[in-house]
Write a protein that binds this ligand. Structure first.
Ligand code: TRP
Length: 325
């Protein structure tokens, strides 16, 4: 039996290279060997404020990103969270199995509150990991490929499922997080690439945008002249080369020249522009084709149709186990 995989993203805008390295790549590998569900977590976007004016377009962009990097709808099921509202019922029931202090300790909550300047979390924001647990449990996900920042949410999921199973009988498999990808730093050298930090290279960026962003990248702050020996470690230009360049011999050579001070930052950056554009070109051309032909409504409806019966079955098992029916 193929393992069932569930993962997803909040539709907050176009995806970037950090998403590719962090999770998209793992999904591409998994789609051939597992039964993969990819969730567009629109309810989750509402936890940080209810400005929904771009929501529909963001959902569309996300589907385009998925398809242009090579997710294959014959192999994976892409669906929108709010199209399968059974998840809210499961989240409500899971909410009875976890305390407020436990949720208050989830580290991502503090980060979001700090970054978004939220003084008091809404009930929805506090419950974010509970809804995520319901996403996973609803389809009985066994493997959940996510970025490193999601580890604490997966811990909540596992706790909730253990609690449910021990209280009411084994209804759910205990899912494991699959944390494979690295966290790609931003073009400014900050720890994480993120659209809101304005340090991201988007999968949908054109050649010129990529060039501009790369040529302005943070490198080794201690290196003033091209003849100064430079640092390769923690230098985002080399981290990107390691992640995307096919010619590892060439990267090795560039690194050693950089360390010796026989190559300029500009030369290395020029090569990175080439590498990234080579990586992004097929993604761009697929996207261009899709822009013309894709029927997002149909894709979402197909997804909904596949997931709805699974959701109904899970919920009836849950209600039976809880003696609600
Ligand atoms: N919280 C995830 C993120 O921000 C998105 C998400 C929502 C998710 N539900 C999920 C990921 C279920 C994996 C499984 O990246």
């Amino acid at each position: 039996m193929k393992k069932r995989v569930l993962t997803g993203d909040r539709p907050t805008g176009p995806l970037h290279l950090g998403h590719y390295i962090g999770t998209l790549k793992a999904r591409l590998d998994l789609q051939d060997e597992a039964e993969v569900f990819v969730l567009i977590a629109d309810y989750h976007t509402l936890t940080r404020g209810v400005d929904t004016k771009n929501l529909r377009n963001n959902v569309r962009e996300l589907v385009l990103d998925y398809l242009s990097v090579g997710l294959d709808l014959k192999k994976v099921t892409v669906y929108r969270q709010s199209d399968v509202p059974q998840v809210t019922e499961l989240a409500l029931l899971f909410g009875m199995l976890i305390t407020v202090p436990r949720l208050s300790r989830v580290p991502t909550l503090k980060e979001v509150m700090r970054d978004e300047k939220i003084k008091t979390p809404s009930f929805g924001l506090l419950g974010y990991p509970v809804l995520q647990a319901a996403d996973i449990a609803l389809v009985k996900g066994e493997v959940v490929p996510v970025g490193r920042d999601q580890a604490s949410h997966l811990e909540v999921t596992r706790e909730l499922i253990r609690r449910f199973n021990s209280e009411f009988g084994e209804v759910f498999p205990e899912p494991e997080a699959l944390i494979k990808g690295e966290v790609l730093p931003g073009t400014d050298g900050k720890a994480k690439m993120s659209k809101s930090l304005d340090n991201a290279i988007m999968l949908s960026d054109g050649g010129e945008a990529v060039e501009k962003k790369v040529m302005g990248m943070y490198t080794d702050p201690k290196r003033v002249h091209a003849t100064d020996p430079g640092h390769v470690e923690r230098n985002p230009v080399f981290i990107y080369l390691d992640a995307f360049a096919k010619d590892t011999g060439k990267v090795k050579d560039l690194k050693s020249r950089y360390e010796k001070g026989t190559i300029s930052d500009v030369e290395v950056k020029r090569y990175l522009v080439e590498v990234l554009n080579e990586f992004l070109d097929p993604i761009r051309s697929r996207r261009e084709e899709l822009e013309k032909s894709v029927d997002i409504g149909k894709i979402l409806e197909d997804g909904r149709r596949k997931v709805a019966p699974i959701a109904d079955e899970t919920l009836s098992k849950v209600k039976e186990a809880m003696k609600l029916v």
